[in-house]
Design a protein around this ligand. Structure first.
Ligand SMILES: Nc1ncnc2c1ncn2[C@@H]1O[C@H](COP(=O)(O)OP(=O)(O)O)[C@@H](O)[C@H]1O
Ligand SMILES: [Mg+2]
Length: 256
């Protein structure tokens, strides 16, 4: 049985059929890509999986439990991890303080994230849990730096670190390479792969840019115009005629 199973997902915005009969299956520990040209419906699908949007139809099962009607925070408790945009990191807190906040929210201490940091000095156990993730992501040197002072690339890694503090079974990432240059993207992918191999969580990587999906994922789904087009081993999807056709006229083209 797959860790995440979504089938027959539909979503309409006004007169636009943004998703039509979309589906995906992700096994525990697997790295899966979802690709498609701009406007294909990737983010809409991603938000339906997370519970940010309510699909009009379809079923979503996570870890054996139907989650269709669960709000975002309840899905998170079941093991849906997601990154937050940079804007949702707190200025004035250091890298490690962000992780302490996440660790405390996992343990259910306090209701508002901003309160959590003011609950006194972190315990040895809290710091150890944070530092383990910090080290695995290669952020050891900057753990005491303020979030505001970091490059976008390092900020993305802090977003990942924070998501991992809640020990997700599945980490969902929507265009994590956007705004990063080639070197930063490589460093990001390398750090993420290292921690994924160590912790064995599954990843759904949603990307318009096929290069990152190509190097990072084992299987990939291609969607366009709100619909599934093809899926299979990433290497096969990458060289498929369907991919070439979907990206034709997208402006950016596909380099292989
Ligand atoms: N909240 C919304 N209201 C109306 N249309 C939307 C909304 N969100 C997305 N869309 C439309 O749905 C289509 C799919 O968008 P999106 O899921 O963002 O695609 P992708 O992430 O693949 O680029 C686009 O035509 C977009 O304009
Ligand atoms: Mg998108």
């Amino acid at each position: 049985m797959s860790l995440l199973h979504a089938a027959e997902i539909g979503k309409t915005f006004g007169s636009l059929r943004a998703l039509d009969d979309m589906f995906i299956d992700i096994n525990a520990g697997e790295r899966v890509g979802l690709i498609g040209p701009n406007g294909a419906g990737k983010t809409t699908f991603f938000n339906c999986l997370l519970g940010v949007l309510n699909p009009d139809s379809g079923v979503i099962v996570f870890d054996g439990k139907e989650v269709n009607n669960l709000p975002v925070y309840k899905r998170a408790r079941l093991g849906f991890g997601r990154t937050f945009q940079r804007i949702e990191l707190f200025s004035g807190l250091t890298v490690r303080e962000h992780l302490v906040v996440a660790e405390r929210s996992r343990n259910g201490r306090g209701s508002f994230l901003r309160d959590l940091i003011w609950q006194g000095s972190p315990s040895k156990a809290e710091l150890a849990a944070c530092d383990e993730v910090v080290e695995l992501l290669g952020l050891g040197d900057i753990r005491h730096e303020l979030i505001d002072s970091l490059s976008l690339g390092k900020g993305r890694l802090v977003e990942i670190a924070r998501a991992l503090m809640v020990q997700p079974k599945l980490l969902l990432l929507d265009e994590p390479s956007s705004g990063l240059d080639v070197k930063e993207t490589e460093a990001f992918a390398e750090a993420l792969l290292r921690i994924q191999k160590e912790r064995q969580f599954a990843i759904l990587l949603v990307e318009h840019d096929v290069d990152l999906v190509s190097s990072f994922t084992q299987r990939a789904y291609l969607m366009d115009l709100g619909r599934h087009i093809t899926n299979g081993a990433t290497a096969d999807v990458m060289k498929s005629e369907e991919l070439r056709r979907a990206y034709l006229g997208d402006g950016e083209g596909v380099q292989q």
